[in-house]
Design a protein around this ligand. Structure first.
Ligand SMILES: [Zn+2]
Length: 437
């Protein structure tokens, strides 16, 4: 039972499953979610939401890790899958959609965020894998909903339905954000900087699974890792390696200098840090001074300061290595995650509405141990006086996140819908509209 709201839970549960299985069948990688966005937008439009696309929700100049070469292909595929041209035009090349339900009555502005992208992993071909034997496995080889964002998108639509049906009993404004490119932490910053969340008083987000069993709710996950993903592009000058090596500018040598120095960054006394160079591609031929090198790496830290420390060292090393070998270096950010700190007021509120939403065990704190794009959104809301929370909705899993055998417990989507509906209801009944900034 959802607090004072009209909901046919059985029918809703069935629709959540249908939504989730459709998203699962048509998975799209980060920044390629054209079909997914179109389907979501179609449902939201029918429910009467005001829709926001493109520059309204994403600051293009802070987009990270988006490869223009993939975009046209992804749009074409989305059209063959049945994406609506009207929505593709409004997206203008940038995926994701924001929806606003304005009740017209005074009250708080509340936002809930759902990430919608899939993972670049091959889905299991095993006959015992449920999406396969029930016929909703990925139709895109090498891409699969192996993190549960298909369920997040479905939960978002379920919430959208319940809110729209009960609009007359609500106050204030509710914003639903269907976020692209969470994988690799690529969109959070651009969405935060668009300002779309700047009027938000209460912000909610959640992840399904994350090693939390079905029935359990983790109200206050902690220790999110801050991280910076980057590519270093070194550009030198080619030359004949025998006739005039002195005329060349060796980009490969600069990249190698950078790698050895990056792995030798003196560690910070204040806590855990990481640095990794995962890939290095350079050179053209054995007898040519290498004119180009691309290095892909990342830093991490247990807090923002420690990650910033590591990243600043990387920048300095990149510049110095380039200068040493007479080449140019271009540093391209590919993704970024900052820490995330929940507001106690909302941790308590979520814990309070958990049991009535169908959770049998409520856990206060748990180590998160990974990075989350939502950190930017939470930070943006909190820096403007709003309150925010990111919690974990338990689900038994068939395999770990980002594994081809990954599948969720679909019965856990309904409690997630009820949790957020009850949280919104609770905020609305306890907040005095005059207190809202
Ligand atoms: Zn995820």
């Amino acid at each position: 039972m959802v607090n004072n709201f009209t909901v046919d839970e059985q029918a809703l549960s069935q629709r959540l499953m249908n939504y989730r299985r459709e998203f699962h069948r048509y998975p799209e990688s980060a920044w390629c979610e054209f079909f997914t966005t179109s389907r979501i937008a179609g449902h939201l439009q029918l429910l009467g939401y005001e829709l926001c696309f493109s520059d309204a929700i994403i600051a293009r100049d802070t987009i990270m890790g988006r490869d223009d070469a993939n975009i046209v292909k992804a749009q074409e595929r989305a059209i063959t899958w049945g994406a609506q041209l009207e929505f593709l035009a409004q997206m203008d090349g940038v995926t994701g959609v924001g929806a606003i339900l304005d009740t017209g009555r005074p009250g708080p502005v509340m936002a809930i965020r759902f990430d919608i992208d899939a993972v670049d992993v091959m889905e299991s071909q095993d006959d015992s894998h449920r999406p396969r034997f029930l016929g909703f496995a990925s139709l895109a080889p090498g891409v699969a909903h192996a993190c549960g964002h298909d369920a997040h998108a479905a939960i978002g639509l379920g919430i959208a339905e319940v809110l729209a049906e009960n609009k007359d009993t609500l106050c204030g404004k509710i914003k639903l954000l269907f976020q692209p490119a969470e994988e690799g932490c690529r969109a959070g910053k651009a969405i935060a900087e668009s300002g779309w969340l700047d009027d938000v008083d209460y912000f909610f987000a959640a992840h399904i699974g994350m090693n939390v069993p079905s029935g359990t709710l983790v109200c206050d996950p902690q220790h999110f890792l801050c991280s910076s993903k980057f590519d270093l592009h070194f550009s030198g000058k080619p030359a004949h390696a025998g006739i005039e090596p002195n005329a060349g500018r060796n980009a490969l040598a600069a990249a190698c200098t950078a790698v050895s120095q990056m792995l030798a960054i003196p560690r910070h006394r204040d806590g855990m840090t990481r640095v990794n160079v995962g890939q290095l591609h350079a050179g053209d031929g054995r007898n040519v001074i290498p004119a180009n090198a691309v290095l892909m790496g990342e830093t991490r830290g247990e807090n923002r300061e420690l990650n910033n420390y590591m990243y600043q060292q990387v920048e300095q090393i990149a510049q110095a290595s380039a200068m040493m070998h007479g080449v140019q270096v271009d540093i391209k950010a590919q993704g970024e995650a900052i820490g995330l700190q929940n507001d106690t007021e909302l941790v308590e509120l979520i814990a309070k509405v958990g049991p009535q939403s169908g959770f049998t065990e409520i856990i206060q704190a748990k180590d998160f141990g990974a990075s989350e794009d939502a950190g930017y959104l939470v930070d943006r809301v909190q820096s403007r006086g709003g309150k925010a929370i990111y919690c974990l909705v338990g689900s038994d899993l068939t395999a770990g996140h980002h594994n081809g055998d990954f599948d969720i417990d679909e019965s856990r989507m309904l409690p997630a819908v009820k949790l957020f509906i009850n949280a919104i209801r609770q905020v609305q009944t306890t907040v005095d509209p005059d207190d809202i900034a």
